[in-house]
Ligand binder design. Structure first.
Ligand code: SAH
Ligand code: SF4
Length: 352
């Protein structure tokens, strides 16, 4: 049910502790809060009316003062192989976001948005080209995962991974993202495993340091795309604000503090950053770090003329990285035919 008034509490915006506090203020014990939590995250109910076994006075109070901020699905598209499904979701203020479900060998990954649009402006990214509209609230991030979980036959078994690689820059919306992840990993709810959650950033240096200082248990992916400042700045505008030396310092700090490796994303664009020279530069940059490189052949988007690297060049790139002791994966291209691949997400229909 869409939220009717701005002052209405969206239940998806609350941590379990906050829900318990709200209910305690109304005179209901923690036991009742846990039952509500189960309805939200184990049964994925869409409306408070469906919380049928609650005490009627609690249900009434919830109906009066809160709502379940489930977005409305306005479109579903399925890739030709049926393994990737993209959902266009309409939020309470009628803005739209996209969420993608990727299935592989009986397991599914949710690719979730963190903002409407993105302020970072990477030249090869469809979201970047649409500009920034607003941050998502924690509850709007949570709601995307619940939406997908509800569609799965065996939600708790199937939906195993979350990647914050949909629309937006997660570390530009730090507080809401961290709150959403706390809700999604709560043991009494969806109980997603932190190590199966990947936060992907364009390289916001203070955000990376904050993840380390706060001991956040998630996987970190840093989108690099260029191994010299000049080449990186041509693709990724925030690279002007945070030069590579500063970014690498923050990454090394993260690895040292958390003892966890970092995944580096590299979109391979033919003739642009897929050359042997670039591979050597990347090898030198990362050779003394705990790192894994994900190579993603460019997914085509309107308004940018670059082409994906050929399979041969991707393999050559990989072999050079291996010579520096750097493990890498060439990412499978998924959902290209429905524009659900990395960087292809943008709300196609706005203000429907
Ligand atoms: N803002 C974050 C997360 C969302 S983008 C980030 O930039 O990391 C998720 C990934 O898709 C990033 O690694 C991004 O560089 C990549 N990407 C963007 N556009 C792409 C495109 N057209 N083809 C392939 N990968 C792309
Ligand atoms: Fe934003 Fe990431 Fe796209 Fe860059 S690649 S514009 S940071 S969503």
């Amino acid at each position: 049910m869409p939220l009717e008034a701005e002052s209405t509490v969206n239940l998806y915006d609350l941590t379990r502790e906050e829900l318990a506090l709200l209910l305690a203020g109304w005179g209901f014990s923690e036991y009742h809060a846990l039952r509500v939590w189960h309805y939200l995250y184990r049964e994925h109910v869409r409306s408070i009316e469906d919380m049928t076994a609650l005490r009627p006075d609690l249900r009434l109070r919830l109906q009066r003062d809160t709502a379940i901020g489930a977005p409305q699905e306005t479109m579903e598209t399925s890739s030709s192989d049926g393994l990737t499904r993209k959902y266009l979701l309409r939020l309470a203020d009628r803005e739209q976001i996209e969420t993608v479900l990727m299935s592989f060998k009986g397991r599914a990954t949710a690719c979730v948005s963190t903002q409407v649009g993105c302020a970072m402006g990477c030249v090869f990214c469809a979201t970047g080209r649409m500009g920034f509209t607003r941050h998502l609230f924690a509850g709007e991030i949570v709601a995307q995962v619940v939406h997908l979980a509800r569609l799965q036959a065996e939600p708790d078994k199937d939906l195993r991974n979350i990647v914050l690689m949909g629309m937006g820059e997660p570390l530009h919306n730090y507080e809401a993202v961290m709150k959403a992840l706390a809700i999604l990993t709560d043991h009494h709810g969806l109980a997603m495993a932190p190590k199966h959650i990947t936060v992907s950033t364009v390289g916001i240096v203070p955000g990376i340091r904050r993840l380390a200082d706060e001991g956040r248990p998630y996987r970190l992916a840093v989108s690099l795309h260029g191994a010299t400042d000049e080449e990186r700045q041509a693709l990724v505008p925030p690279a002007r604000r945070w030069p590579l030396a500063e970014l690498m310092d923050a990454c090394r700090y993260y690895v040292a503090v958390l003892g966890r490796r970092i995944f580096f994303e590299w979109t391979l664009i033919a003739g642009e950053n897929d050359t042997a020279e670039q591979a050597h530069a990347l090898g030198r940059l990362l050779q003394d770090m705990e790192a894994h490189v994900n190579l993603i052949p460019l997914n085509p988007i309107g308004g940018y003329n670059g082409q994906p690297a050929s399979f041969r060049d991707a393999k050559q790139f990989q072999a050079i990285l291996a010579a520096y002791g750097l493990p890498s994966t060439v990412r499978q291209r998924r959902g290209i035919d429905i524009a659900a691949g990395c960087g292809q997400l943008k709300a196609e229909i706005r203000q429907v």
